[in-house]
Design a binder for this molecule. Structure first.
Ligand SMILES: Nc1nc2c(ncn2[C@@H]2O[C@H](COP(=O)(O)OP(=O)(O)OP(=O)(O)O)[C@@H](O)[C@H]2O)c(=O)[nH]1
Length: 888
């Protein structure tokens, strides 16, 4: 109807003009008003109607819901059903809102995750590019691999989304997305952690989750740090929780406080956490945080190597500490030291231990020993039999030279005979053994010299020692010496019982005597080969040679001839016309003319080579003695020679030898065994045996002293008498002592002049005794480090008595004139009259005029009081001396 009126009015308006229009407007107004009687809702909103309605409502309220009037005094209430419905509706509305909000948040998170993934992908690509350029560190390698997997083009994103959805559904089960979620979320610590991480970091969570296993296997620290970083990094996101964020934040704060309390308790954690927090702030929300490898501080025990002696300064440098600190520490312990104070290894070790530093004793490399060592290792298949090298030893006049000559003369062919013009210290002979031609090399240097010199570098140059014993004389001191030399060098001994042509010869007696020296002849049940020979008649020589050859077979003497030559110098000299001449024994390989030889401090190219028959030869094979020309200087006998590739190499060898040799000489002179240093050497573990060379005036003494000495031993060291004999200490004894680093003990004997010279030069400790127990006591004390010092008399001046004074207080004063030197208080004096010594004792006091003085010098007058001696006369001579401690 309204529509109709509207249409009608508009038509009328159009038809009747403006006046009508006005009227119509009024009509329209009245007709459209709800107050108009024609209005369809007329009366509905009128005051009257309103009032009526209210009245009706009041009436209704007085009725029960089912329309019955309420009893007076009761009010109408909303039914429970209706209330429930209202609440349900409200809850549904709230739920709807909450779901919408969560959906919104989820959307936001997905977007954030996408951004993260993109960023991670970008980083991975960058890292990959870096790893292509540089060699990858393990950490980068693993991480880049993981990231690459997370963003791989095909399926990478897909699996990423899928995994993210899975994780989200597991991290946020739908039942948890309720209004109480935030509260529960914050209360549940474990869930809160994971939930935080998984829900807020989105894509990063995925990437990191993907990294996690790899990172764990790589270094647990990485994972720990990552989780902490992520946990903090998501904090700002919590604020987006709208009205729930407050509760969430409260939970975070309480969590933080708990962490803080924990941090305060453990300082280390505190600083660690703080560092991370700083990092989080820097990186900001949503940024990809590259996990850092936390360097594990491993407790490493430092160790240093120390020499036997070290200065404070050197020690500080080795320990990387300040010298001042060490000096201070020692000072506080009552030790006053300076930078240059030398410390023993033990002292230095004690200091180092205080700095938690372990010490090791510096191992001294014997450069020369290394240098002379044969660097080439011969294989068994390359070895070929070589002639034995034999040395002939024995007592004086027992026939050594005669035997050697006889062997040489009977074994050289007529062609060679005339050729023997010179001795080169060794020669070779051919022997027929069982119809087979065999060669034997003889060294014709005096036996013990050959041993001592050859043993200089520890080279075993001789294979067999022929001990010559005259059948008519038996074992003599030098025979024993020779036995001991051979034994000390571990050389096989073949006994040649010589002069069997003599009527007084007694072969059996010699064999019996030999038994005292552990040389038991085969026919006496032993293994020592004894060959009766006569150098004069030549009898038995063939048999001797055969036995030598057989013994060589037993010893299986072999060498590789196809390699660079290596051997030993037999002797060497400077020849006026030919320069340096060295006689060598080739032990391995083949020496050729033109080879460059290095031998000790000498070197040079072999210019010429001469054999034992004086012939020029081009090459020398194992066990061959040769004379070579061409060295730049004269080498020492016993020195090792080696063939080098070129002169430069040989020169370098020689240079090292010279420099090291000097150093070694200093050290060796210090290291020589002496009773004074014995204890230190034992303690340092340098000594296990104490070798002794014993000489006495009679055999009875030798045995008595030897037996007593050999009984001396303690836990660390044992006395070993390596040689004992009757007679003065000679050159040979000293040489043996040098070669074996032994102490020489003389009982009622003295060293001869040469022996004394060598002993002094070579620092050999020679001890002389005339009472057995004193010798034993000294060695025992030395082994315990308690050997008393030795004092030596030192004359300091002479005086002549010119006047006698008598004093009631001091007795007789010898008014004397000091002719030379000085007279010293506390010194000793010997008074002689007409060459006869009347007094030897202490000087009680020395006066100059009336004053007591410490000393009076040459050409001065003084008063001397002798302790306990008054029978002094004018003209008496006084020799003043002091007792000085001598270093032994
Ligand atoms: N009857 C006899 N005399 C011999 C024999 N061998 C050596 N002689 C003699 O013994 C003496 C010493 O001989 P050498 O060969 O000089 O003895 P050595 O051991 O070499 O002597 P040194 O070189 O001084 O150590 C000489 O007069 C030889 O003639 C032998 O078998 N029978």
């Amino acid at each position: 109807m309204l529509e109709e009126n509207k249409a009608k009015g508009s038509t009328e308006n159009k038809e009747e003009g403006t006046v009508k229009k006005k009227k119509l407007a009024v009509v329209f107004h009245s007709q459209n008003s709800v107050n108009h009687k024609n209005h369809p809702l007329s009366g509905k909103f009128s005051d009257k109607a309103k009032k009526a309605k209210e009245q009706e409502k009041k009436e209704d309220e007085k009725k029960s819901p089912n329309g019955r009037p309420l009893p007076p005094g009761t009010a109408r209430v909303t039914p429970l059903k209706t209330l429930n419905a209202i609440q349900k509706k409200k809850a549904e509305e709230e739920k709807k809102l909450e779901e919408e909000r969560l959906l919104q948040e989820q959307k936001e998170r997905e977007e954030a995750a996408k951004r993260e993934a993109e960023e991670a992908a970008k980083k991975a690509v960058e890292e990959k590019a870096e790893t292509v350029e540089k060699p990858m560190k393990p950490k980068v390698n693993k991480l880049s691999g993981i990231v690459a997997h997370a963003v791989s083009k095909d399926g990478g994103e897909k699996s990423f989304d899928k995994e993210r959805a899975e994780r989200r559904s597991s991290a946020f089960p739908k039942t948890d997305r309720k209004p109480g979620f935030a509260k529960d979320f914050s209360k549940d610590k474990d869930f809160s952690k994971d939930g935080d991480r998984r829900s807020f970091d989105g894509g990063r969570g995925k990437a990191q989750a993907a990294k996690k296993p790899a990172a764990q296997s790589f270094a647990p620290e990485i994972v720990e740090k990552q989780s902490r970083v992520k946990h903090d990094a998501v904090k700002p996101a919590k604020k987006t929780y709208g009205n729930k964020s407050f509760e969430n934040e409260k939970a975070t704060i309480s969590q933080k406080n708990r962490a803080q309390r924990k941090q305060n308790k453990y300082g280390a954690t505190q600083s660690y956490e703080r560092d991370d927090q700083v990092k989080v702030k820097k990186t900001g929300k949503g940024a990809f945080i590259k996990p850092e490898v936390v360097k594990t501080v491993e407790e490493t025990i430092k160790s240093i190597t120390l020499p036997e002696v070290i200065t404070i300064k050197e020690l500080a440098e080795k320990m990387k500490q300040k010298s001042a600190d060490i000096i201070k520490k020692l000072f506080l312990k009552g030790q006053i030291v300076t930078l240059n104070t030398e410390l023993s290894y033990e002292e230095a070790e004690n200091i180092a231990v205080e700095y938690d530093i372990l010490c090791e004793m510096e191992e001294k490399v014997d450069v020369i020993a290394e240098l002379v060592q044969d660097s080439e290792v011969d294989e068994e298949k390359d070895l070929e039999p070589r002639p034995p090298v034999v040395v002939v030893m024995g007592h004086v006049d027992h026939g050594k030279t005669s035997i050697l000559d006889a062997i040489r003369n009977t074994n050289v062919t007529s062609r060679e005979h005339g050729g023997i013009t010179q001795s080169i210290g060794a020669y070779q002979v051919s022997v027929k053994v069982n119809g087979e031609s065999r060669v034997v090399t003889f060294l014709d240097t005096p036996g013990h010299e050959a041993f001592t010199a050859m043993r200089m570098r520890g080279a075993q140059s001789t294979d067999i020692a022929v001990l010559v014993v005259a059948a008519d004389d038996g074992i003599k001191p030098q025979t024993i010496e020779a036995i001991n030399h051979a034994k000390a060098a571990n050389t096989e001994i073949i006994v040649a019982i010589n002069k069997i042509d003599k009527p007084t010869a007694n072969v059996e007696k010699v064999k019996q005597e030999l038994m005292a020296y552990d040389l038991v002849a085969e026919d006496y049940g032993g293994s020592t080969i004894c060959c009766p020979v006569s150098a004069k008649t030549g009898e038995g020589l063939e048999n001797l040679l055969e036995n030598i050859a057989l013994q060589a077979d037993v010893l299986e003497l072999k060498a590789n001839p196809n390699r660079k030559a290596y051997g030993v110098v037999i002797e060497a000299e400077l020849d006026k016309g030919r320069g340096s001449v060295a006689r060598l024994l080739v032990q391995k390989g083949t020496l050729h003319v033109g080879d460059v030889v290095a031998v000790g401090s000498a070197f040079g190219k072999v210019r010429a080579m001469i054999d034992d028959k004086g012939r020029r030869i081009k090459k020398a094979t194992p066990s061959m003695p040769v004379e070579i020309l061409g060295l730049n200087s004269v080498p020492n006998a016993g020195e090792i020679f080696q063939v080098k590739d070129n002169e430069k190499e040989a020169k370098a060898y020689a240079d090292t030898f010279v420099s090291e040799g000097k150093q070694r000489m200093v050290e060796e002179s210090r290291k020589k065994v002496s009773l004074d240093a014995l204890f230190d050497q034992i303690k340092a573990g340098e000594l296990k045996d104490l070798p002794i060379v014993l000489k006495a005036d009679v055999q009875g003494s030798v045995e008595a002293v030897r037996d007593s000495l050999q009984k001396i031993q303690n836990e660390e060291v044992q006395v070993k008498v390596i040689h004992s004999g009757v007679g003065a200490i000679n050159e040979s004894d000293i040489n043996l002592a040098i070669a074996s680093n032994a102490i020489v003990i003389g009982f009622d004997v003295k060293p001869d002049a040469t022996a004394k010279d060598i002993a002094e030069r070579e620092n050999v400790d020679v001890r002389l005794y005339n009472i057995i127990y004193k010798a034993i006591e000294d060695i025992e004390l030395a082994m315990k480090g308690m050997l008393a010092p030795v004092f030596e008399e030192k004359v300091i001046g002479h005086a002549e008595v010119r006047m006698i004074f008598k004093s009631s207080g001091v007795g007789v004063i010898a008014g004397s004139f000091v002719t030379d030197g000085k007279v010293q208080r506390g010194a000793k004096a010997r008074l002689t009259r007409d060459g006869e010594q009347l007094f030897d004792g202490n000087i009680a006091s020395v006066r100059h005029f009336k004053d007591d003085v410490k000393e009076v010098g040459t050409k001065q007058e003084c008063g001397i009081v002798l302790e306990g001696y008054t029978d002094i006369q004018e003209g008496d001579q006084l020799e003043v001396y002091i007792m000085e401690e001598v270093k032994r």
